[in-house]
Design a protein around this ligand. Structure first.
Ligand SMILES: NC(=O)c1ccc[n+]([C@@H]2O[C@H](COP(=O)([O-])OP(=O)(O)OC[C@H]3O[C@@H](n4cnc5c(N)ncnc54)[C@H](OP(=O)(O)O)[C@@H]3O)[C@@H](O)[C@H]2O)c1
Length: 312
């Protein structure tokens, strides 16, 4: 059996359980493609999965490979996978229940793979799928944000937030963002109209009557958000499901988004990137073998944009 280099989790636990291993190289089954991974990115969910939080829901067989963003090149295709061909440069958010992309190769369902943006390299393309799809689905599929509306984005400088700011701005919405002071210039450069320093200002003292709140923080941020939404507006959480009774009491709607694969949306996002309207921001690139340090950085919850693992 041929092997590949991969980072694997042999048991759930701290960052020390991430091992740089020789692992079996996967082969594509019907409807799947084998991708030669050029880069992947590190998301907070990778840390949670490594700690064991998703083990009941996803039923992983250990050792498992984390990493649910990929940019790379199609190496081969299984039977029936006819849309993509060897040599195509692609990106994807692979299925969270399967082995991920902290590896030289990954098998992904062809239906979850899109052509990557042409104008950027694999390192930048790998920073996009999971968090950009989440931002898109929260703002537009759940929030139905439209031109001229206003949106408050909590956690705007993070992986999800920095795409949400750009998508909402391009849509023609008024964008209000929360972040610490060091990220204010960055967020203005992405199109935020107003930035609130959450460490010195209570957003509910200065924000009123927004159409949409996108909350990537939740907890007490959710409790304090109801009052800033106009009647009939919507609160969208990507973490804790919203409290329905509180939403009803404030006359607003609410939604919870868990990111879903969507090639049409990845195509649309690639067009926005290639037109220069949207850019992934990378805080730092680590080599694959340093996945532990990369996860430790992401676990601080204060990275700007994305952290990427370069594989090739
Ligand atoms: N439901 C889904 O499908 C889905 C998908 C993706 C992510 N998520 C979850 O959503 C959360 C955000 O993901 P992410 O990738 O954007 O995380 P991330 O990149 O780790 O977010 C880091 C950012 O959060 C900001 N931040 C931290 N505390 C804050 C606060 N109290 N108020 C405002 N901003 C704050 C930091 O800005 P400062 O340094 O300026 O504080 C930093 O830029 C994670 O918990 C992740 O697991 C869910």
């Amino acid at each position: 059996m041929s092997t590949m280099k991969a980072i694997r989790v042999h048991e759930y636990g701290g960052p020390e359980v991430l091992k740089y291993d020789d692992a079996p190289r996967p082969a594509p089954a019907a409807g799947e493609v084998l991708i030669r991974v050029h880069a992947t990115s590190v998301n907070p969910v990778d840390v949670a999965i490594r700690q064991g939080y998703f083990k009941e829901r996803m039923k992983y067989n250990l050792p498992m490979i984390p990493g649910w963003d990929v940019s790379g090149v199609v190496e081969s295709a299984g039977s029936g996978a006819t849309r993509l061909k060897p040599g195509d440069e692609v990106y994807s958010r692979p299925d969270l229940a399967r082995d991920g992309a902290y590896a030289e190769y990954i098998v992904v369902r062809e239906s979850e793979v899109a052509l990557k943006p042409k104008s950027i390299d694999h390192t930048h393309a790998a920073a996009i799928p999971l968090t950009a799809l989440t931002a898109w689905q929260a703002l537009f599929d759940a929030g139905h944000l439209s031109p001229g509306q206003s949106v408050l984005i909590h956690g705007a400088a993070g992986g999800v937030g920095h795409f949400a700011v750009q998508f909402a701005h391009v849509k023609g919405a008024r964008v209000i963002a929360t972040a610490s002071k060091r990220n204010h210039e960055f967020l203005r450069s992405l199109g935020a109209d107003e930035v609130i320093d959450y460490s010195t200002t209570k957003f509910e003292d200065v924000v009123h009557d927004v159409d949409v709140v996108l909350d990537t923080i939740t907890g007490e941020t959710q409790d304090r958000s109801w009052q800033v939404i106009k009647k009939g507006g919507i609160y969208v959480s990507i973490l804790q499901p919203p409290n329905q009774e509180k939403a009803a009491a404030h006359g607003v709607r609410s939604a919870h988004v868990f990111v879903q694969p969507n090639v049409a949306e990845l195509d649309e996002i690639a067009r926005l990137v290639d037109s220069g309207k949207v850019k992934p921001h990378i805080e730092r690139v680590f080599p694959l073998k340093d996945a532990r340090a990369a996860q430790e950085l992401v676990a601080t919850h204060h990275t700007r944009g994305k952290v990427v693992l370069a594989v090739r």
